[in-house]
Design a protein around this ligand. Sequence first.
Ligand code: TXA
Ligand code: MG
Length: 341
Amino acid sequence: METKIIHPSELNIAIKGIQQGELVAFPTETVYGLGADATNEEAVKQVYLAKGRPSDNPLIIHVSSKEQVLQFVETLPEKAKELMTRFWPGPLTLIFQLKEKSGLSKTVTGGLSTAAFRMPNNELTLELIKQSGRVLVGPSANTSGLPSPTLAEHVFHDLSGKIFGVLDGGMCQVGLESTVLDMSSETDIPVILRPGAVTKAQLEAVIGEVSIDQHLVSETEKPKAPGMKYKHYAPKTPVVMIDYHMNNWQEAINEAKEKGQKVGVLINQADAKNLSNLDGVFLLSSQRDVKEAMKSLFAGLRDLDERGLDIIFSETYPEKDEGLAYMNRLKKASNQKTYLK
Ligand code: TXA
Ligand code: MG
């Protein structure tokens, strides 16, 4: 199959594709999603195949309104309504208990009695959902294990030949996947299963106490968010973090160069000016800014991975607010490795 890059003016091609059970990647403010009609069992199966995704890892259902969620959920908790009013459309995914006959197949839910919902903040994609008359599954549109795509080109790189098309909406503005909040328990306080651009403090300002499950589970445990158990976001080239307290960039670079390695760095422009002896640089921000760094991290990992380097050093941020999401992804990309000296 020849994968089409679909221009925004050709939205009708994407709509027809979805209606005919094809896979169409769509832009969102976080990352590109691999779209398919959530109620078309065959199409959803193809999503797992195209990504090489394990079948027990459930998918997010993308809606174009709050009301659409009520097709699948008996009643929305009060706190959920407040969060939807404040953050939808936006980078917040909410997990709810499904109603008895939700019509969602095991393939979508991974056999769970809950499902994840999100209304993405992207005009084109909201139109795609509305005009196709479907709700869409949308895992990140990358090959499972690689960094999530933040440009249509990234999707094409991973999935060309395997999917019908990519709706090209340019660069994703947030750059990391949505915050996932589990609201499925009537008694427990809501739990953040995946940190993202909507921070714990922002959620708590609306609904009161929220907890974070940062536990990265082993292969044999049954995880709360099945996606947490897989190594994610990792490029082929080894990535090593530089602790911002230590600021030992040049030592790390020199040591690698002495071993004959080709070295790349992911860093802000101001700090990059002090470094020498580099084979590749990707700038994440101009003045060390965590939001800008979030936006460019995946693109930077992909870019440096194509340059034949032996090692990539990356900047780190304090693990709070947006820094929590940035560090969560970077730790996975680096297998938690920090340069020590
Ligand atoms: O920003 C995003 O969320 C992007 C864009 C395209 O919307 N989508 C995305 O989907 O990141 P995906 O499939 O790559 O990640 C969904 C995460 C996985 O970690 C999955 O395990 C978790 O949400 N998840 C989905 N349904 C769940 C459920 N019922 N209970 C717990 N975790 C769930
Ligand atoms: Mg993903």
